[in-house]
Write a protein that binds this ligand. Structure first.
Ligand code: SF4
Ligand code: SF3
Length: 547
């Protein structure tokens, strides 16, 4: 094989084309190839699962959960442990056999749908040589592009389905679409139009999935309310909790109560402070550091423990690999892992490590930012907002958010936010907010100009807000004085973009670069149909938006 691996699923892919020797994210060829094999296995599972559903069979929830968990595990910066993917591939064989039995006799199964992987790593790696993204060199480029778009959208949705599962929320339509979408990528009779429509459908189903997750979060922890969060260090032992899983944070908060340990949120865990049932713990003391790509520098020699609940995990440096813990679908070789037994996690190891390391020696001078502007909190001011827009005192709304990343072009988002006029409001979400969330934006009409709506999945909140405003103004969302300026990095951003396009939201600005897996033809369709626009400079784009 010419390349050791092939992966182009994220924004930092090598040379803007594909990682072929080693992942820019540090994913090894071994892991990449085992992931390819797993995705291939899941496509067949999708085919037989779809047939079972057509027959009215009920698929066991452990198989639905397996699909969400394992697709999520292949998302960028989640799991780097080859042994985990060996285990997942073996389990995939078992679940595929089960679905094949349930589906009964099928005459028109696509090639390889019934493929079962060898049950050892060596065999798996050999087998993976023939099934990667580029294995079929004759495949039409646009078909490949739309199949990959669908797979990455499914990976993104899998993350949100996984977070919902852990809080006991399920949805048949969401589960069903995993089978349909995966199966479609094996179906050679589907045209470019068919696959395009399936991607739009994924956008619709992902909206439902984000809504389910929003309900899971708010049912468990209350509706976010505006909350001040300290962003400075406090004296004493501590644990930093990163990722998106609020349940893990809640468990850890309960298990550390009264133990003299401070808990800090990190990255996408920042919005947790807005939830009343999480914020009520006094030892949830603040937010630590910046976005994910700063972690190696910020965790270097840190005198406390770190818990990574989901992405984004970078290769741990030796100076903190003994104190960084992974859990759930996250993993890195030779890094401590907290498993779940009977739906319970015991964080004693993390707690003991934090106590042993002693923590920060002193308090820093306190600084604060505000989070917690979910749709309830924002829409409690709806009347005032509508009135101010009608009077011309609030001129425009911007949604500036998405994933952060390491590329230098991402300064665009800082500059853009800084240059928005004083009579405009910025809604922000996901880790892209760290580009500007510690700057002072002041207020307009008594409202903060920067409203932190939450995690990437809280795009659902931004959509509810936009829909409510469009109803109040009796207009289409595209007629609102609202612009979306988004950054992407990994596959959740792909799912979210498909949701926004499904809602027919036009004129989205997207950067810092366009996905390598989108061909020029497909990009042209997105530009023509939705006026999707690559970012240029903050000045030019602001001028184009505000005129
Ligand atoms: Fe490269 Fe991104 Fe794939 Fe990692 S996830 S191997 S950086 S394309
Ligand atoms: Fe960030 Fe990884 Fe995507 Fe949830 S934490 S948005 S990049």
């Amino acid at each position: 094989m010419e390349n050791d691996m092939f992966c182009y699923q994220c924004e930092q892919t090598a040379g803007g084309k594909g990682c072929v020797k080693f992942g820019v994210c540090e994913k090894s060829p071994e892991v990449s190839n085992l992931q390819d094999l797993l995705i291939h296995q899941l496509k067949g599972i999708g085919f037989y699962g779809e047939k079972c559903l057509e027959k009215g069979e009920k698929i066991p929830s452990k198989i639905n959960k397996f699909i969400a968990d394992t697709m999520f595990s292949t998302l960028t910066n989640v799991n780097f442990d080859p042994e985990r993917f060996v285990e997942y591939n073996i389990k995939a064989n078992k679940f595929k056999r089960k679905l094949m039995r349930m589906a009964g006799d099928i005459s028109n199964a696509p090639n390889n749908a019934d493929y079962l992987a060898p049950e050892n790593k060596r065999g798996m790696l050999l087998a993976s040589e023939n099934i990667g993204i580029m294995a079929n060199e004759d495949l039409d480029m646009d078909i490949r592009s739309l199949r990959e778009l669908l797979i990455y959208g499914l990976k993104g949705m899998a993350a949100y389905a996984h977070h919902s599962y852990v809080l006991n929320k399920f949805d048949d339509k969401v589960n069903g679409f995993f089978y349909k979408g995966l199966s479609a990528t094996l179906n050679d009779s589907l045209t470019v139009d068919d696959l395009f429509n399936l991607n739009m459908k994924l956008g619709e189903v992902n909206l439902r999935c984000m809504e389910m997750l929003n309900k899971a979060h708010t049912d468990a922890y209350g509706h976010p309310t505006p909350t001040e969060v300290s962003i400075t260090k406090k004296k004493g032992p501590f644990i930093i909790v990163s990722g998106h899983d609020l349940k893990d944070l809640h468990e850890l908060l309960k298990q550390t109560e009264g133990k003299g340990i401070n808990i800090y949120t990190h990255g996408e865990m920042l919005p947790a402070h807005g939830y009343p049932e999480l914020n009520k713990f006094d030892h949830l003391v603040g937010n630590f550091g910046g976005a994910w790509q700063d972690q190696q520098k910020e965790f270097d020699n840190i005198p406390g423990a770190i818990l990574m609940t989901t992405n984004c995990l970078m290769k741990p440096r030796e100076s903190y690999s003994d104190r960084l813990f992974t859990t759930s679908i996250v993993g890195f070789p030779n890094t401590p892992y907290i498993s779940e037994e009977n739906e319970k996690k015991d964080f004693s190891e993390v707690i003991n490590k934090a106590l042993e390391l002693g923590g920060f020696p002193d308090d820093e001078k306190d600084k604060k930012i505000t989070v917690g502007f979910g749709h309830k909190a924002v829409l409690s001011h709806a009347e005032k907002i509508v009135d101010s827009v009608k009077k011309g005192n609030i001129k425009h709304f911007f949604v500036i958010g998405g994933c952060d990343g390491a590329r230098s072009g991402r300064n665009y988002y800082t500059e853009f936010a800084e240059k928005t006029p004083k009579d405009t409001i910025i809604l922000t979400l996901a880790c892209g907010k760290y580009r500007f969330n510690k700057l002072k934006f002041g207020t307009v009409e008594g409202l903060p100009r920067l409203l932190d709506v939450g995690q990437c999945n809280d795009t659902y909140n931004a959509i509810v807000i936009a829909k409510a405003l469009s109803e109040a103004f009796d207009c289409d969302i595209n007629e609102l004085p609202l612009s979306l300026v988004l950054s992407w990095y990994e596959q959740k951003a792909v799912a979210i973009l498909l949701t926004l396009l499904h809602l027919d939201i036009k004129n989205i600005y997207l950067g810092p670069t366009l996905p390598a897996f989108v061909t020029p033809n497909i990009l042209q369709v997105l530009t023509d149909k939705f006026k999707l626009t690559p970012i240029s400079t903050a000045d030019k784009d602001l001028e184009a938006i505000l005129g």
